[in-house]
Write a protein that binds this ligand. Sequence first.
Ligand code: EPZ
Length: 435
Amino acid sequence: MDKFVIEGPRTLSGSLTVGGSKNTALPLMAAAVLAEGTTRVTNVPDLRDVHTLSKVIRVTGPDVTVRPDEHAIEINASTVDEPVAPYELVKKMRASFYMLGALVGRCGRARVSLPGGCAWGPRPVDLHIEGMKQFGAEIELDEGYVVAKATGGRLSGGTFRMEPSSVGATVNLLLGAVTARGGSKIENAAMEPDVVAFGEALKKMGAQIDGLGTRTIEIQGVDALTPIEVRNTPDRIEMGTFMILAAMAGEPGEPFEINNGNHEHLGQAFKDYFRGTGAETKYTDEGAVVTPPETVTPVSIRTETYPGFPTDLQAQWTVMLATADGEATVTDTIYDDRFKHVPELQRLGIDVTVDGNAATVRGGQPIKGAQVMSTDLRASVSLVMAGIVASGRTDVLRIYHLDRGYENLATKLRSAGANIERQQYDEFAEPERKA
Ligand code: EPZ
């Protein structure tokens, strides 16, 4: 198993470059299944989740060629003859559940494993299933699989209002509705930039969709879609992660560049909260230039669906608050229990406590290196950020969680001045006796 060994504290300087978006690449890959022929997606990050979805798509029939050197992927979906997404793969990554919409949209039927549990509590897919039913699918559960069938091989179409608004359900329903016999409407739809970029790609493939980026999306089904070449968006969560890291670990007063990002995708709420920290920020066509403050000003945040503050940045914000002079709170309104990083941050001497869906951080305490455990993607990057400003050595264990969503993180951070190294370790090795 791999871990990161980090020596701190280190002050970062220079720049960091943002890669392609994981959460846009995955729906773009699922969309490729809808069209006969080869779809090519560029600016695709070389991540474990991309490889997992490639495997899921492959077992349903298409040829999938991943070109990590070119950050591109080609999906030849001329053949989709096995509309089954197996548990062995789906259990590794929830977004594999996008195959429900993709296979129903392409084949009129699907057998897709339920995704199962997640590190931070229940993440049901009831909205995906209910929406599919409203659009005309017959659905039953069989041995942990969702078995869906569209009468006559195509969904009829329909109207579905989701509560709460869900990124994944919006993606799945779009995948099914674009080839339905009739029209469909998704109410309280997700407005996240990932969903909009994915929807725009479907339109480029020939789909008829109105209202992307609004709460009401209307789709008129078409008989077939055509393959395309499409460029994936930059990763807005990686961009936000790097901006927060610059504010908390950059040289005060020295501009730090975040390149290759699209600041529009951060959402206004993030920008407003970030301004309050005292980190002067210039947004450019290239990304952002952050000038760190002497000391971060503590700003409390509340996560919301886009354009609100992304839940995928709350763990990173929590760590930044540990370097601030004062107290602030992080409230997550999307997930009640996304605080698995908190006990690990406490191991580093950070004064943080959780009450319900809110974590309160009292900043300014000395942060001291220790061994800490990754639990999920965003929690683990927050531990790496803490390790960079902590005094002494921090070992971040089980970084396979990080490999799911951050490409070449150690190389990137080293280029900005961090002392971080990937090492192998034996999770079950007996600790050596000191005496
Ligand atoms: C997407 O997950 C992202 N994943 C998540 O990022 C992100 O945290 C989340 O959106 C919210 O922004 C990908 O894009 C691959 P949701 P998703 O459906 O689609 C509830 C990361 O770190 N809900 O919008 O699974 C759900 O429990 C990942 O990159 C239902 O109740 O999130 C949650 O409270 C982690 N029933 C809320 O809706 C459903 O059927 C929002 O979830 C579906 C969702």
